[in-house]
Ligand binder design. Structure first.
Ligand code: CP
Ligand code: NVA
Length: 327
């Protein structure tokens, strides 16, 4: 009988599926992302990924993640290929495992926007090259590297004594953000309606990380309670991609969980708003905040490019390329 195929085992391969996978390097990723931004502003584009190629598999729409990954690869001297699952054989029933084994023969890395965390991990299991999570139902780690870069830059390279509030859904963005904040030692307070809060395991993990830094992770009932004493307020959509069937009940549950001028007024002087985008203006955030002075949203969106570069450098520069490792 022919031997059963085995998952790829490449000892030096390194995936970024959760923000926890780069916990150790997170501070240096933020520094490097800020450095890459400064270099780009001076017209300098280092090419550490010359000859390297990234496959970009997307099951869901994207503006920022797709653009920033593709442009990051090009500016780092490499190449990126966008693959929508609508056009791939994956969408017609080819398995994730077989897709992973083939792409591992062509590329040096894969970024994957998936509906399901299980599919993300399945792709990583069968790939002999790094897999980077470009959002799934559990996490959005690359977004959070850009978010923390934005805060780090605004606060002069320090997180000490700062508090970040999150207002809204306990979703993929919240999970990665809560872990990321805990890793860098930010105090983190989230206002999330009952029924939409993170599971106890996630909360326990975030608190364990925060304890190492002497910071806190709290869930509170009202946006006002979260805003009080906070230096920045973060929100995300009430209805994530994949949650559309629950739109009506979610809009009801999240009513009032909005970042607006009144809420910013309860935060510390100089506090500003963050949003990973796309925004649903008038729901989780008001027009006046989006278009006003008390936000870092557009810097945050720009930083996706610089953060993506820092991530790609870390994972693709010294890692093995296409190889006959996956059987
Ligand atoms: N924030 C974010 O991931 O945006 P896109 O869905 O446009 O990629
Ligand atoms: N939570 C949102 C983030 C979009 C970037 C979603 O998953 O749709």
């Amino acid at each position: 009988m022919a031997p059963k195929a085995q998952p790829a085992s490449t000892p030096t391969k390194r995936d970024l599926l959760s923000i926890l996978d780069v916990a150790e390097e997170l501070p240096s990723l933020l520094r490097r992302a800020a450095e890459l931004r400064a270099l780009r502003n001076k017209g300098k584009l280092p090419h550490p990924l010359e000859g390297r190629a990234l496959a970009m598999i997307f099951e869901k729409p994207s503006t920022r993640t797709r653009s920033s990954f593709e442009l990051a690869m090009v500016e780092l001297g490499g190449h990126a290929v966008y693959l929508s699952t609508k056009d791939m054989q994956l969408g017609r029933g080819e398995t994730i495992a077989d897709t992973a084994r083939v792409l591992s023969r062509y590329y040096h890395g894969i970024c994957y926007r998936a509906f399901r965390w299980q599919d993300e991990t399945e792709l990583a299991k069968w790939s002999s090259i790094p897999v980077i999570n470009a959002l799934d139902d559990r996490e959005h780690p690359c977004q959070i590297v850009a978010d923390l870069q934005t805060l780090w830059e605004r606060w002069g390279g320090k997180f000490e004594g700062r508090q970040l509030a999150y207002i809204g859904d306990g979703n993929n963005v919240l999970r990665s953000l809560m872990y990321g904040a805990a890793i860098v030692g930010l105090d983190f307070v989230a206002a999330i309606p009952q029924g939409y809060r993170p599971d106890t395991e996630t909360l326990a993990k975030a608190r364990e990380l925060a304890a190492k830094k002497g910071s806190k992770v709290e869930i509170v009932d009202t946006p006002k309670a979260a805003a009080r004493g906070s230096d920045a307020l973060y929100t995300d959509v009430w209805v994530s991609m994949g949650d559309e069937a629950e739109a009506a009940q979610r809009k009801e549950a999240f009513h009032g969980f909005q970042i607006n001028d009144l809420l910013l007024g309860h935060a510390k002087d100089g506090a500003f708003a963050l949003h990973d985008l796309p925004a649903h203006r008038g729901e989780e955030i008001s027009d006046s905040v989006m278009d006003g002075e008390h936000q870092a949203i557009w810097d945050q969106a720009e930083n996706r490019l610089h953060a993506q570069k820092a991530i790609l450098e870390l994972l693709l520069r010294t890692r093995p390329g296409p190889a006959r490792r996956a059987r």
